[in-house]
Design a binder for this molecule. Structure first.
Ligand code: 5CA
Length: 437
């Protein structure tokens, strides 16, 4: 994209309303704009980030055997009365009436809807197990929306659901998702630690939250420092081998890690003192096993192998896709701005034209821009070099291809790596080769 023709409205000033660094940087880098409390519009560069995150989620869900669907954001109150959650959910639920005075709501999650879809479509034990997910907007009327997209009211979530015939199958699905989550976060270039967690309004008695460690996190967390160094999303484990899923789960859960709600002083005391870490985390995902809670309440049964009807065992699995954009920035930035992990960055490189209007410099920039295509953001604005440098650091693309008239005359550019700050004078082909890796 050419910056001169793009809506990437960077800001020099720090917006007064933003209390934490990711919110400030998302506004300053022109990724989002607030529309109402906790409700944001995603501008072109921000939407690229959101799509990059969602696509990694998609690929890893597919590898784990989950099928993508899309359910509506608006749901009927009737559905939620079946499970008893319409009243139980309280003021966090946005309730709406249509023109016929029918009670509707903007979905905060979709356990009821998918249970009803399955009830209509699946009759026999032969149709199970199944895993399905969607990536869709949710609404929760949070008491205190804050920290930008970290705690929004409207937010983008991956919500997945598993249906199994028995407890053993449901545990396998749960472990399968834990492995998928760890691979998902690893590919995003962040470390997320699985922690024993409370289940809240979703229900059930087994749950893990996945936390990116950051001092600005809303949750207090206690964990074994081994989580700072061990391999978290290992490729060696095979989804089709139950023993692998069990071994991975044991590895992840044998080391202590819990949120403050689930913190257990007796177990904590057994962690060697020099490995005890107390800190803060941003919850970027949560998985739940809740058995037959919804299949019973909503009377979803299948005919079992012996002819008797049984209630499928369920779990649900969330990832905060929009929250991740902020969480990744909390974990990866410096004084000058965002430092995007490669897989997430809106563009692989910024091209900085330091002498806009100079024939040789312009021609070289165009050549590089042609070669990189949609992976590059070309700063072709009539602006001072200092401004271009500052904006490129703020926007945080992994590479900056800096083109000035002196280098251009020799067919050379300066290549800067955003994360390390390393700079090198290179000919164009070598610079392109590095950016493309
Ligand atoms: N039904 C289950 C799993 S599909 C569920 O709703 N789980 S959840 O409540 O834990 O939400 C899943 C993820 O969505 C959370 O881990 C978090 O990363 C994200 N999330 C939840 N509330 C918000 C919010 N207000 N703003 C941004 N992200 C949120």
């Amino acid at each position: 994209m050419r910056l001169s023709r793009s809506l990437i409205p960077t800001l020099k000033e720090t917006p007064a309303e933003a209390q934490i660094v990711s919110h400030r940087l998302m506004l300053r880098a022109g990724l989002i704009r607030q529309q109402s409390a906790g409700i944001y519009a995603w501008l072109p560069a921000g939407l690229r980030v959101l799509h990059n995150i969602a696509n990694i989620v998609r690929e890893e869900q597919a590898r784990a055997g989950s099928q993508e669907i899309l359910m509506p954001t608006i749901q009927s109150a009737e559905l939620w009365r079946e499970s008893g959650r319409y009243d139980a959910y309280g003021p966090e639920m946005l309730r709406i009436r249509d023109r016929h005075d029918r009670e509707m709501l903007y979905g905060p999650t979709n356990e009821e809807m998918l249970t009803a879809i399955m009830r209509d479509s699946v009759q026999s034990y032969r149709d199970l197990p199944q895993m399905l997910y969607q990536i869709q907007w949710k609404f929760r009327d949070e008491v205190r929306p804050r920290f930008g997209v970290l705690r929004g009211r409207e937010f983008y979530m991956k919500d997945g659901y598993s249906f199994d015939l028995d407890y053993e199958g449901a545990v396998e699905s749960y472990r399968r998702m834990m492995l998928a989550y760890m691979r998902t976060f690893k590919r995003m270039g962040v470390r997320a630690v699985p922690m024993r967690a409370d289940t809240g309004p979703i229900g059930g008695n087994l749950s893990h939250e996945f936390h990116i460690l950051a001092p600005t996190g809303e949750s207090g967390v206690f964990y074994d420092s081994s989580f700072e160094t061990i391999e978290l999303g290992d490729d060696a484990y095979d989804y089709e081998a139950r023993a692998d899923l069990d071994a991975f789960f044991d590895r992840m859960t044998s080391l202590y890690a819990a949120t403050d709600e689930k913190h257990d002083e007796a177990a904590w005391a057994k962690v060697p003192e020099d490995r005890r870490r107390e800190g803060r985390g941003i919850e970027v995902g949560q998985i739940f096993y809740f058995g037959t809670k919804y299949s019973q309440a909503m009377n979803f049964t299948v005919v079992g192998p012996d002819g008797a009807r049984l209630h499928p065992e369920m779990g649900s699995y969330g990832i905060g896709v929009s929250r991740l954009t902020g969480a990744i920035i909390e974990a990866s930035h410096d004084e000058a701005g965002i430092i995007w992990p490669n897989a997430i960055a809106p563009f692989r490189a910024s091209i900085l034209n330091l002498r806009q209007g100079d024939q040789v410099t312009d021609a070289l920039c165009e050549r590089i821009y042609d070669a990189l295509g949609r992976d590059a953001l070309y700063d072709d604005r009539e602006a001072r070099a200092g401004e271009k440098f500052a904006d490129a650091d703020l926007m945080g693309h992994p590479w900056q291809v800096i083109v000035g008239p002196r280098g251009a005359a020799k067919g050379q550019v300066e290549l800067k790596h955003r994360r390390t700050g390393e700079r090198a004078e290179l000919d164009i082909e070598s610079a392109l080769a590095k950016v493309r890796v």
